[in-house]
Design a protein around this ligand. Structure first.
Ligand SMILES: [Zn+2]
Length: 287
């Protein structure tokens, strides 16, 4: 079964991960821009990071047969450094029209501060202006309150709920997200967030409409293969493979838009021998 991981931070992963993902059926990913762990001190480092996920990661993934697209945004945590945030917000529109950009994100709340809300609202306005969908991160603490508040703000700003993912949803939040017409993203993690059995319970209760499954694999303890591992678990519990195929391929493409995703008809031209021989994505300018 082929799949698309709609939330993974490939920037923090190795080429071995790309290779293993390809072997497990991954043919496309969406990489949201995010917090890198070390707080950034100058706006220029955001520019370099955005260019890395727009260009270098796209080429590196393609070498392993995977189409790479991304979402651009200022993450909620770093929105609290207001001087830096102002400079980054000013820079963002120039990236929104770039090829590969399929949404604005990840936006949302970390500590639910006023600065976070200002940055969120500014970026929702940009998404509307550039006709892009929105990927919203829900906080780890106070998740239910955070999700409700985020949906209130999106509605207040006139966003069509069909154009926004409320991500990292759990048993606590899926029902209220779907009831309000938004897409519910589900992140399966080895320990925290959801495990495959917990996601299976949600799947059995809510089905697949406006549902997404991702790994959010990053520099922390996470597993880039948890989408196919979860699918195996669901199949063992009797799920119909045709339904699962919709969940992990058709659904994310429907959300981000077929035209925006612009996936090559027969996948990226993948030559495993060449990919391994080059050791990494050695584009001409790096040789
Ligand atoms: Zn993320």
């Amino acid at each position: 079964m082929r799949y698309l991981d709609p939330h993974i931070h490939c920037f923090s992963r190795t080429t071995d991960d790309y290779e293993n993902m390809y072997l497990a059926g991954c043919r496309a990913v969406v990489e949201p821009s995010f917090w890198l762990g070390q707080p950034r001190t100058t706006a220029g480092t955001f520019r370099d990071y955005f260019n890395s996920i727009l260009d270098f990661e796209r080429a590196r993934a393609a070498d392993f047969g995977i189409s790479h697209r991304c979402t651009i945004g200022l993450n909620p945590k770093e929105s609290n450094d207001e001087r830096l945030a102002a400079e980054v917000l000013e820079m963002l529109p120039e990236f929104m029209g770039r090829e590969s950009v399929v949404a604005v994100g990840e936006l949302g709340f970390d500590d639910i501060t006023d600065a976070e809300e200002r940055s969120l609202r500014a970026q929702i306005a940009m998404a509307t202006e550039h006709n892009l969908p929105i990927l919203v991160h829900t906080p780890h603490r106070d998740k239910h309150r955070g999700a409700i508040l985020l949906m209130d703000i999106l509605e207040d700003m006139g966003v069509d709920p069909n154009n926004a993912i409320i991500d990292h949803s759990t048993e606590e939040t899926t029902k209220s997200i779907l009831d309000r017409g938004f897409w519910a993203g589900h992140t399966v993690y080895p320990q925290t967030k959801l495990t495959p059995p917990r996601f299976a319970n949600i799947f059995n209760e809510f089905g697949i409409e406006r549902m997404l499954l991702n790994t959010s694999a990053d520099w922390g303890k996470s597993d880039p293969l948890l989408v196919p591992k979860t699918l195996t678990h669901l199949e063992m519990r009797g799920a119909d493979p045709a339904v699962l195929q919709k969940l992990v391929w058709d659904n994310p493409i429907q959300f981000f838009g077929k035209e925006r995703m612009a996936l090559p008809e027969n996948g990226e031209p993948f030559d495993p021998v060449a990919a391994n021989a080059t050791h990494s994505s050695l584009r001409k300018d790096f040789v």
